[in-house]
Ligand binder design. Structure first.
Ligand code: NAP
Length: 296
């Protein structure tokens, strides 16, 4: 949002941009407050909503994400079951574990932590999750429903990005959104969601030529690259809205936050931007899956 300030050097009023920091903790708290009532209703009826997380191998970053999700569940009264499998687990063994969770009526949501070790067929494993328990929108069916705009549970990070835009009433209709990244859990679904909200969407990836030029034309930039400080300050159009989904070691986003700050109208920080909203969305989906299983 523009702000007029007195420029002492030029001796006149001039327009500058006051960046608005999109507070992920505020959005997450709002989502959790809306979910709390349903958790109480379920518990009063003798049902504890339950999220099962599956971690394959010993990637420390993945272990941290799973722990953060389990702690967030606990704080909201949601049970979390943590399944840790050795790095040598085969695709068949992993699918058998998932099938057992599908058949367990006490489990309402299943989250297979991405990435799994390379020898595992991740797509086959994701697709083994039943659609009713696919609270992170990772199945082919969930992805397709999301593309059509009627998914019960879209992928949590894309849904978090949309929740931030909605919470702060940032206009999307008719805007040019540039998404950097096309992974099935982030870049592609968020591109589809922005398109469904009537943005004009460009999805960039590692083979995109002159990527900076696309970013320079964007009203909304979504960074989902997995490279620290990838988006540079001088790539960003004055007044653009920047959403940084990146989460690299050392709490560093995919956007060069400090360099972009003078140019943007609004931006998510890292940490405390997209991350907490992603976790709140996962809890919301788990509770919604439990409510649906009880016939609410
Ligand atoms: P990913 O599966 O590794 O995908 C990265 C995407 O970025 C790919 O589409 C890749 O293009 C593209 N890319 C890589 N290098 C590029 C370059 N030089 N120029 C343009 N595009 C490039 O990663 P992801 O799972 O989508 O995650 C992306 C980021 O989000 C990571 O920082 C991750 O930690 C973070 N993340 C955050 C949350 C959260 O809760 N905040 C959740 C999930 C992920 P190609 O397809 O051509 O290879």
């Amino acid at each position: 949002m523009p702000l007029y300030v007195f420029n002492w050097e030029k001796g006149m009023m001039s327009m500058t941009i006051r960046p608005f920091i999109l507070d992920g903790n505020e959005v997450a708290a709002n989502i959790k407050a809306l979910v709390e009532g349903d958790v109480k209703k379920l518990i009063a009826g003798g049902i504890i909503p339950c999220l099962a997380t599956i971690l394959v191998g010993d990637d420390p970053a993945s272990a941290t994400y799973v722990r953060m999700k389990a702690n967030a569940c606990k704080r909201l009264g949601i049970q979390s079951v943590r399944i840790e499998l050795p790095g040598e687990t085969t695709t068949e063994q992993l699918i058998r574990e998932i099938q057992q969770l599908n058949e367990n009526p006490g489990v309402h949501g299943i989250l297979l932590q991405h990435p799994v070790p390379h020898h595992i067929d991740e797509r086959a494993a994701f697709d083994a999750i039943s659609i009713e328990k696919d609270v992170d929108g990772v199945t082919t069916q969930g992805f397709a429903q999301n593309a059509f705009g009627f998914a019960a549970f879209p992928s949590c990070t894309p849904a978090a990005i949309i929740a931030i835009l909605d919470h702060y009433r940032l206009p999307v209709l008719g805007k040019h959104a540039v998404v950097i990244g096309r992974s099935p859990i982030l870049g592609k679904p968020v591109s589809a969601m922005l398109l469904n909200k009537d943005a004009t969407v460009t999805t960039c990836h590692s083979k995109t030529v002159n990527l900076e030029e696309f970013v320079r034309a964007a009203d909304i930039v979504v960074a989902a690259v997995g490279k620290p400080r990838f988006v540079k300050g001088d790539w960003v159009k004055p007044g653009a809205v920047v959403l940084d989904a990146g989460y690299n070691p050392g709490n560093i986003g995919d956007v060069d936050y400090e360099a972009c700050l003078p140019h943007v109208s609004a931006i998510t920080p890292v940490p405390a931007g997209v991350g907490p909203v992603t976790i709140a969305t996962l809890l919301k989906h788990t509770v919604a899956a439990a409510m649906k299983a009880q016939g609410y």
